[in-house]
Design a protein around this ligand. Structure first.
Ligand code: SF4
Length: 760
């Protein structure tokens, strides 16, 4: 068991303006030393993201081609932290649960819970029990079978997926759910890039990035909206450095001045640790929260004014004529909208916006990257359609150095969706699935994350199955989600480490410990491998070779197959047994059901794997018009009552999703504490706040209030009227109904709040 964690007081230092470098190597060394056996840790890092190694279990940043992979270190600081965390020497076993009741564990921090180590065997919490106790795999599967068969309808069950799930496990998992009779497949993508998928599918015919790594290096201008690459996709910085070396320019648009788009020192180039770091951004626009759509429309309007003076020199009229529809409507809208109204909605000056437009004026190779700062907004889809508008007007898609780049957050979140993990898969997919497996998949649309919370609350969602992840914390409206999960008859979590979702449980709860990406998956002495899909749509092989943390662990695939046999019986027509002993058979079925996976087993064994077809990359736009859609999106300026702020949730540099590796948000200079509110010093003065003052934050949504206490005010470079807290702590303030009406993506980046000083 892990030694107690020392509680140090909040410490703030000036934020830094350069990312990576020697400090990131020191951080890697510290986490490897702190968490795992140094030899084991270092050996494993040499396999991370290697062609014959395993795919990083953290973010989904694309790997370079096999001839470019750095054999020394093809990973970043946060990838190394994820490996240290997974290969930890600490264990959560039966003795641990004997010593810790669920109630006592609820008092611990989330950092402490995961730091206790790897789960060693399946555990069950029986109705009325206070402690988890060991259970055999067969008993666990039988309990799941018993509870599922007790349901009045298959739609009383929900099968949640976190983005760490491999393609093979995700394909079998969605097959299991549909064979059982439901499309209730909520997944973590519902809470991150669902809006991107919706808007890109509508306008370009595919919900994925159109660019590959090489395009980033070749682009003339890269715009980065609502993304913090230095923390959430750190290997992106090396590509930004190549972009700069090739003469490209970077425009960073973010309420927070993140180190990751300011300056960079390549950690693998010691000569860069000293001397002048690489300047990344050429223009930083400290936009106010949700001012992005107005900025995009303002830039388009300025470019359109210039185009009218010099036809064909600013817009790519040939591309527009040949490949788009909706041009007239868009330019009429640009003529109609008032520039001053747009400028006011950005919180920027007209001069700053004109500078950005000037940088794009005559450029043809433009890439726009974005992440949660754009997608977790009520108008996310409209903003993303404006991103597409700007690129289409410039003809900047489907050619070298140009296109869309929604940067995915979790290592295989894109792959899971490709495998069919979605509550509303297209009819063609369902038809092929039914034909290949000789059954009739359910027709009724299922529910996503928001729908799952509502079903559990109203009692029509009785069995919650979590394939990885930490749903209780990742989902919005924490107190409501806790009540929802506790309303279930059964909650099941497939996990590697202890987390809060195990403690916020149904009447019966099961924890099913699985193999990690770093570990060898040996079945009948055959070393199985799985596959994943990165942000650029590359399918790669992932094969761990470490001895598993415990002999009782099972792979995600084996867990789905074990559950299927318990639910559908040994003689089910679907060959679950064969699938669990030979993953090539799963890939054969994926090939049969999903276009783009032809010769899957042959091509995946090629170094570097293969890319899936991507229409927008090839200027083949499978939209309702057969062309790329230029769209008119109305801007609804945000009016806030006096005294209110717009709050956004953000991640610290010392976490990945809900996993908190430590309390060192070093780029922002915030240490030892996570319950902090970042606020502009002028707003602090206006509200009588001083550095570190205890505060209460109250959010407002549709007449409801939600309160967060125990936080401290911290002065930070954020636009006046905007504030920020860390995720997942800030999820308490996000109403479950506060989401985009189109994709139901939670608006975790736009929460109306008041901040009050409280007496200590
Ligand atoms: S950039 Fe992302 S995928 Fe790459 S090593 Fe870092 S965390 Fe892992």
């Amino acid at each position: 068991m892990k030694k107690p964690i020392s509680k140090k007081p909040l410490k703030t230092t000036p934020r830094v303006e350069e990312a990576a470098g020697l400090r990131s190597i020191q951080s890697v060394a510290y986490h490897i030393w702190e968490e795992t056996y140094i030899g084991r840790g270092v050996k494993t890092l040499f396999k991370l993201n290697q062609t014959k190694g395993f795919d990083c279990p953290s973010c989904a940043w694309p790997d370079p081609g096999p001839d470019e992979v750095s054999v020394v270190a093809e990973y970043c600081e946060n990838g190394a932290k994820a490996v240290a965390w997974e290969t930890t020497k600490y264990r959560v076993d039966a003795a641990f649960f004997d010593a810790h009741s669920v109630e006592s564990l609820l008092d611990q921090t989330d950092h402490w819970l995961e730091k206790q180590g790897r789960l060693t065997e399946p555990f069950i919490l029986k109705p009325g029990s206070s402690h988890y106790q060991p259970v055999s795999w067969d008993e666990a599967f039988a309990e799941i079978g018993r509870q599922l068969h007790q349901l009045d309808s298959p739609d009383e069950a929900m099968f949640y997926t976190s983005g760490r799930t491999s393609n093979e496990a995700a394909f079998l998992y969605q097959l299991f759910a549909r064979r059982f009779g439901t499309n209730n497949l909520p997944d973590c993508s519902n809470m991150c890039h669902e809006a991107s998928g919706k808007a890109l599918n509508e306008t370009l015919g595919i919900g994925k990035a159109s660019v590959v790594l090489e395009d980033i290096r070749e682009t003339e201008v890269l715009m980065i909206f609502g993304q913090n690459p230095g923390t959430n996709a750190p290997r992106m910085l090396a590509e930004l450095q190549k972009l700069k070396h090739n003469g490209g320019k970077i425009i960073a648009v973010n309420p927070l001045p993140e180190a990751g788009f300011m300056q960079f020192r390549h950690p693998q180039k010691p000569w860069e640790w000293v001397g002048k770091p690489t300047q990344l951004q050429d223009l930083y626009l400290p936009i106010k929260i949700n001012g992005d759509m107005a900025l995009l429309k303002a830039i388009q309007k300025i470019l359109w004014e210039a185009e009218k003076e010099r036809p064909g020199e600013v817009f790519d009229l040939d591309f527009i004529r040949e490949h788009t529809s909706g041009f007239e409507e868009v330019i009429n809208d640009l003529d109609r909208v008032q520039l001053d109204v747009l400028v006011a909605a950005t919180g920027l000056s007209l001069a700053e916006i004109r500078q950005a437009a000037e940088m794009l004026l005559t450029k043809k190779r433009i890439i726009i990257a974005w992440a949660m700062g754009i997608t977790q907004q009520r108008n996310a889809e409209s903003t993303i359609r404006e991103i597409v508008n700007l690129l289409l007007l410039k003809g900047a898609i489907g050619k070298k150095g140009a296109g869309t780049l929604p940067v995915r957050g979790h290592s295989n979140v894109q792959g899971d969706r490709t495998m069919g993990v979605w509550e509303k898969m297209p009819e063609a997919f369902m038809k092929r699935l039914g034909e290949v497996f000789s059954f009739s998949p359910p027709k009724a649309e299922g529910i996503g994350t928001i729908g799952a919370i509502q079903k559990m609350l109203e009692g029509t969602g009785k069995v919650f199955f979590g394939m990885g992840g930490n749903f209780a914390l990742a989902a919005p409206d924490t107190k409501v989600v806790f009540d929802a999960l506790r309303n279930c008859s059964l909650t099941v979590h497939v996990s590697t480490k202890l987390n809060r979702s195990h403690l916020v449980h149904g009447k019966t709860a099961l924890i099913l410990p699985c193999l990690g990406r770093t570990e060898a998956d040996l079945v009948e002495n055959r070393h199985q491998f799985v596959t994943t899909e990165d942000t650029a749509g590359r399918i790669r092989m992932s094969q761990g070779d470490l001895d598993p943390a415990s002999a009782s662990l099972k792979s995600e695939v084996a867990i789905v197959c074990g559950m299927a046999k318990a639910v559908f019986g040994e003689d089910d027509a679907i060959p679950w047994e064969q699938f669990s002993s030979d993953y090539d058979l799963i890939r054969d079925k994926i090939e049969a059901v999903i276009p783009g996976f032809e010769s899957y087993n042959k091509r995946i064994r090629q170094a570097g794997g293969f890319f899936l077809p991507n229409g927008s990359r090839e200027r083949r736009f499978t939209t309702r018009t057969g062309k790329a859609l230029l769209t008119v999106n109305s801007l609804n300026p945000n009016q806030l009552p006096t005294g209110r702020f717009v709050l956004m949730t953000v991640r610290s540099h010392d976490q990945f999703n809900t996993t908190v590796y430590g309390y060192d948000d070093r780029y922002r200079g915030i240490r030892n504490a996570r319950k902090v509110l970042m606020i502009h010093k002028a707003d602090m003065a206006a509200f009588g706040l001083s550095q570190g003052d205890p505060i209460k934050i109250t959010s407002f949504f549709q007449g409801e209030e939600r309160v967060l206490e125990g936080f401290s005010a911290v002065a930070y470079d954020i636009p006046p009227g905007c504030v920020a807290v860390y995720f997942p702590e800030g999820n308490v303030l996000v109403a479950v109904d506060n989401h985009s009406p189109e994709s139901h993506c939670p608006a975790s980046k736009y929460i109306e709040v008041v901040v009050e000083k409280i007496n200590a």
